[in-house]
Write a protein that binds this ligand. Structure first.
Ligand code: ACO
Length: 383
């Protein structure tokens, strides 16, 4: 029997109309502005869940029992600390490095100290996922301390991931409200279908490379300003605008020059990004509690103006827009914003890698060659 001829491939720039994977983790309805993790609405998770519980949900495609949740929390806390060599690498990292370059490099380095790095069994990959999730906050927080000339702070295995990160970052126990604010941000950023960095992670793991390589790939992809780097750009923009009076001329001039206003627009959502909706309410609360009302007011004024100008094109605030106000209010430096996104999205990336390996097929699209044919080779001496 001969194989059925494959359908003729079609060129789809940006792959916007291509389905390249099946997933049971997150569902997005971009037209209606819906995001669900394993069928549960994101708003409900943000209000009721914790980041660790959301990680269990994404990895196991169901909510945990109390015993299962406690076991996962303990497994993660047991992995907060870094290998001695990675602490040393942190100390030797250039203080001027961008945190995303630093994170990509040190997450990659973790693979050299894991004897199971190249074992692709489900058990080994779950263990690596826990290590990656647990150690990333330690790397980010202590890099920030290192570059500021402060002594390193060891992780606190008695608290959850968000509180532990803030403890290391500031060398002080965070208030419950601030730890909760970060925890909610981590829930909201955990997974989002086949976004660019998740796709990159799946491409890497699909070659049967390893989890550390896949997450390194994903961090490099997230870094771009059209993806996770946008939250940092939003904060730069807010700083550049400076005053309420400057908002209108600044935004209008940007739109007239056909420049992008960062934190707006989304490949999938042509309605309000549901994460942005929740974050807006949350940003207001945390900004008020921390004396950053002006930043919040500036953000809402920009949103109103953008709604009047470009909502008809389906351009609304995305998750990065109100993340900027929230992270700033929590006291996180603006160049760390995208690393916080990575800290959360590692849950989604690793979950997708495990899903990809369960029924794996190499991901290898084609390219449409548009160059010349039959060109004669000319020796260098004759060019
Ligand atoms: N500001 C102003 N105009 C915009 C914006 C924006 N942020 N985003 C899209 N538009 C305009 C485009 O210029 C285009 O206009 P035109 O039809 O007159 O040419 C129209 O809206 C359609 O935009 P596309 O470029 O086709 O949208 P695409 O799906 O390719 O891009 C993207 C989506 C990359 C997110 C884009 O909206 C963007 O660059 N936004 C700013 C960066 C950003 O905030 N990224 C974070 C995304 S969320 C995340 O990754 C977590």
């Amino acid at each position: 029997m001969t194989a059925a001829p494959a359908a003729a491939p079609t060129f789809d720039k940006g792959l916007a109309n291509t389905i390249a994977a099946e997933t049971q983790m997150s569902f997005i309805d971009g037209g209606k502005g819906v995001l669900e993790y394993v069928g549960i609405d994101i708003d409900s998770l943000a209000r009721n869940s914790t980041f660790e519980e959301t990680v269990f949900l994404l990895w196991n495609r169901r909510l945990p029992t109390a015993i299962e949740l406690s076991a996962l929390e303990q497994d993660i806390r047991a992995e907060y600390d870094l290998p001695a060599e990675v602490w040393q690498m942190l100390r030797e990292t250039p203080r001027t490095a961008h945190p995303m370059h630093m994170l990509r490099t040190l997450v990659s380095a973790l693979g050299m100290f894991d004897k199971d790095a190249d074992t692709n069994t489900p058990e080994a990959n779950r263990a690596k996922s826990i290590k990656l999730l647990a150690k990333t906050p330690t790397i980010i927080a202590n890099f920030d301390r290192h570059r500021k000339g402060k002594p390193m702070v060891k992780p606190d295995p008695t608290v959850g991931l968000a509180a532990n990160f803030l403890w290391m970052l500031n060398g002080a126990v965070p208030t419950a409200a601030v730890a909760k604010a970060l925890d909610v941000c981590l829930i909201l950023h955990a997974d989002h279908g086949l976004n660019a960095s998740t796709f990159a992670a799946r491409v890497t793991i699909a070659t049967l490379s390893d989890m550390y390589s896949a997450i390194t790939t994903a961090i490099g992809t997230l870094k771009g300003p059209l993806h996770g780097g946008a939250n940092e750009e939003v904060m730069h923009m807010l700083n550049e605008i400076g005053t309420m009076d400057n908002i209108e001329p600044y935004i209008r001039a940007k739109l007239a020059r056909k420049e992008l206003v960062m934190g707006f627009g989304h490949r999938v959502y042509k309605a309000l990004d549901p994460r942005a909706g929740y974050l807006k309410t949350f940003a207001k609360q945390i900004a008020t509690d921390t004396g950053n009302e002006r930043l919040y007011e500036m953000s809402t004024k920009i949103e109103d103006l953008m709604r009047a100008e470009v909502a008809a094109k389906g351009i609304y605030p995305n998750v990065d827009f109100y993340s900027a106000t929230t992270y700033h209010s929590i006291g996180i430096d603006l160049d760390l914003f995208t690393t916080i996104f990575a800290m959360s999205r590692i849950s989604g990336w690793t979950g997708h890698c495990m899903e990809q390996l369960d029924g794996n097929r190499l991901i290898r699209p084609g390219a449409s060659y548009v160059g010349p044919h039959g060109v004669a080779y000319v020796p260098a001496s004759k060019r």
